[in-house]
Design a protein around this ligand. Structure first.
Ligand SMILES: Nc1ncnc2c1ncn2[C@@H]1O[C@H](COP(=O)(O)OP(=O)(O)OP(=O)(O)O)[C@@H](O)[C@H]1O
Length: 249
């Protein structure tokens, strides 16, 4: 079942398009990776999908009763400042603000939701710690728990592993995959081609215009992939999306 439908979309700023000709759908349970060069318009598309900025032309439709407040968002540059003097619990709870509105306290049910999100992200022991004293990987887990408070349907992530070390990055991807396996729909902007291919079910390649949209297994053998990441990173993948050993270490 489709939850987002994009028709003839052009995205950009102040009447000027940065990406045009976008046509795709996001179905329940998809793990969609949006890839493309720097400056291709990926983040702009994300913000348009989230209704944070208006399309230049065309339409983004939410289907099957999806409401804007049911979307969890992990932005590229985190909206929570790294030196923000709040506890982990306060930050996770703030994910519920779009539901609780201006009410100056959280209900028992809301606290339980935050508790469950922290359990899921394995950060319960950090609950009372100050956010600014955490490691980069812990911070991302806190922000993920915060996003999970907002949603059980759709999680949108913009380059979530930037600056994380390889082990923490791998753990983070596994966590996202686990959430997807449990039914959460994922849309992720990624520069990490091997991981995008390994974990996603669908790929959208944007370079000022839509170059590819479809199943990841079809992207692997596509001309679009040869033109795009053939030049950037010469890694080969098997039909499971796993990187082949090409003898380069
Ligand atoms: N607020 C803004 N106002 C005007 N132009 C902007 C704004 N934000 C981004 N741009 C421009 O829009 C273009 C697309 O930017 P965008 O951030 O969407 O690219 P991207 O594909 O996400 O890039 P990257 O992979 O480097 O993050 C760029 O040329 C950028 O300079």
């Amino acid at each position: 079942m489709s939850i987002i439908k994009v028709d003839n979309l052009a995205v950009g700023y102040e009447g000027k398009s940065v990406a045009t000709g976008l046509n795709f759908t996001v179905n329940e349970g998809d793990y969609l990776c949006i890839i493309g060069e720097n400056g291709a318009g990926k983040s702009t598309l994300m913000k348009t999908l989230l209704h944070l900025i208006k399309p230049i032309s065309g339409e983004v439709s939410y289907m099957d009763g999806l409401m804007p407040y049911e979307i969890g968002y992990l932005p590229q540059h985190t909206i929570v400042q790294k030196d923000f003097p709040a506890s982990v619990e306060e930050i996770v709870l703030s994910g519920l603000l779009s539901k609780s509105g201006l009410r100056p306290f959280y209900t028992k049910t809301e606290k339980k939701i935050a508790q469950r999100a922290m359990e899921k992200m394995d950060i319960l022991d950090l609950k009372k710690k100050c956010y600014r004293n955490l490691s980069g990987g812990q911070m991302q887990r806190v922000l993920l728990a915060r996003a999970l408070c907002a949603t059980s349907k759709l999680l949108v992530l913009d380059e979530p592993v930037t600056g994380l070390d390889p082990k923490v990055t791998e753990d983070f991807y596994k966590l996202i995959k686990q959430l997807n396996d449990e039914g959460l729909t994922i849309i992720m902007v990624s520069h990490d081609m091997p991981s995008a291919i390994r974990y996603s079910s669908k790929i959208l390649l944007v370079n000022q215009t839509q170059k590819f949209f479809g199943k990841t297994k079809d992207y692997i053998s596509s001309t679009a992939r040869k033109e795009f990441d053939g030049e950037l990173c010469a890694f080969e993948v098997d039909d499971q999306g796993k990187e082949k050993d090409n003898g380069i270490n």
